[in-house]
Design a protein around this ligand. Sequence first.
Ligand code: SF4
Ligand code: F3S
Ligand code: FES
Length: 245
Amino acid sequence: MEKVTLRVFRGDIHGGHMVSYEVPVQPSMVVLDAIHYIQQHIDPTLACRWNCKAAKCGSCSAEIDGKPRLMCKTRVDQFPSGVITVGPMRTFPLIKDLVTDVSWNYRVAAKIPPLQPKPEVAGKPFRMQQADVDRIQEFRKCIECFLCQDVCHILREHNRQDAFFGPRQMVRIAALDMHPMDNLNRREQLVGEAGVGMCNITKCCTEVCPEHIHITDNAIIPLKERVADDYFDPVTRILRRIGVI
Ligand code: SF4
Ligand code: F3S
Ligand code: FES
């Protein structure tokens, strides 16, 4: 393949359309390289967000051929037709071209209380079982690309930002709730404003995660189980009420 055609969304909140650009293909070229080529050689007004070009900063999220992906991790040679469509994430308000306003995610993150260490370990070094380390290590790989938030139908099609924090924030809460030294009961927030019950386990979030975090199986489903134990298991409720657990 000598050339590829990029059909790129150009526009802002007032509207927009797809514009085609012909880009010469280089060995190992990724979509972000092609976007940079357009900026350098064809139209410097094309807006995109990026930072590391190493799939680690989470900035270059876009919808490539309709699927949420990182532009810096998507090779152009995986599209044999030679035509690639590139658009902004649809779930978030558009700023310009490929750049969206993802600030809602940070506002939601600010509602999640940080780790509250148990009094006996507060301010002191503590030991953790390797199994506990392994379990939450996966969640710490999140690069905050928000591709999972983009694809989740509760946020994307149903616009329920008022009722669901989204899969990325479920990962954040899971990392805290499963930490053996965290002393905070997060279940009330989970069933309340975080809306864990809104997730109906479609697993689309897991499919698009570039860090291959098992968002649904390892974060959301265990959180749902913990909430169910607390709120719906009669034995647990009685034991908690009489202070046994
Ligand atoms: Fe991105 Fe995965 Fe983190 Fe979601 S969980 S923000 S898809 S890295
Ligand atoms: Fe949404 Fe993922 Fe649940 S895509 S519905 S948070 S499994
Ligand atoms: Fe950093 Fe793509 S530029 S993740």
